[in-house]
Design a protein around this ligand. Sequence first.
Ligand SMILES: Nc1ncnc2c1ncn2[C@@H]1O[C@H](COP(=O)(O)OP(=O)(O)OP(=O)(O)O)[C@@H](O)[C@H]1O
Ligand SMILES: [Mg+2]
Length: 340
Amino acid sequence: MNKDLLLEIKDLTVSVKRKKEAVPVVRGVDIDIPRGGIVGLVGESGCGKSMTAKSVNRILPPFAETTGGSILWHDSPGETTDLLKLKEKEIRKKCGTEIAMVFQEPMTSLNPMMRVGDQIREVLKIHKIEKDPAVSKERVVKMLGAVGIPQPELRYNSWPHELSGGMRQRVMIAMAMICSPKLLIADEATTAVDVTIEAQILDLIRDMCHASHMSALVITHNMGVVSAICDHVYVMYLGSIVEKAPVRELFTNPLHPYTRGLLSSIPRIGNNPEYLETIPGNIPVVRKPFSGCDFCMRCSDDVRKCFMESPEMREAGNDHYVRCHTALTGPDPGESKGTE
Ligand SMILES: Nc1ncnc2c1ncn2[C@@H]1O[C@H](COP(=O)(O)OP(=O)(O)OP(=O)(O)O)[C@@H](O)[C@H]1O
Ligand SMILES: [Mg+2]
């Protein structure tokens, strides 16, 4: 371990059961989350982002299971726990207090029959962090204020349906933050809100990370979100990480054709094309192992090797890595797959 890491996902594999087969949907994923750092995980729908995140706090759906790898939690330098090996009771305790998760749709995560303040206070009670009702209520009101909810004393008594989507998302963040976690996992946490509220919530997550030296894993398919708050980015395609780099480096020098496709599909003011750029084709369905590059069917590079050999992750300098045969060297004309 060469950096001050809080979490290290190493060679993680997750499989889902389809009929009698176990189909890998996360394949050999490595992600490092530094203490106090904000890491983005991007990729098209279905590429395995949520399965990766849910493996960390062990809330995979019943049809999925982790089938390999480790998720190392570095409590402090020299004190490491593999989250995949913890007993159920131990991981539940850790997840409530040290690892918190915010999902996309707060209405499905909040209990419609309970006032929002009481729901947040319940977290303190369950984890035996604060038993005194008056003290815990005061702490919740303070947290509601900290996430930007106006008149927090009044809002404490609101029902979830009385709040707007943005307010509900803030309540979810307050609930996640109330135990002062070391890691926040935000899985599409701003997808359901409008762009103004999205910007406010992203600012909030960033400020909270900086203020309390918290780390965050921000999962999104929106490159704008990544550029707004992340320090480091991992690009995922079909269950594997295909590129990783510091955020500025990735945006100025994207190497993988998939990353370049994701970036060129962002609409820009002043650039007024008739059609938006798209990445041709769809994510293929993984049924059996394929020996070539997972992206070769959608890639514009016409190289035989890509159809024969799966590329390894290679270093490009500046803490930038890419899984592509041609990204660093360009296609070798002699290597054309030849459509003769
Ligand atoms: N309910 C399900 N039943 C069967 N397979 C599923 C189910 N949910 C997910 N999967 C499989 O797991 C893969 C990864 O799903 P995951 O939810 O991690 O994708 P994602 O990257 O989070 O997508 P999104 O951006 O849409 O949230 C999917 O491509 C699919 O093959
Ligand atoms: Mg998802």
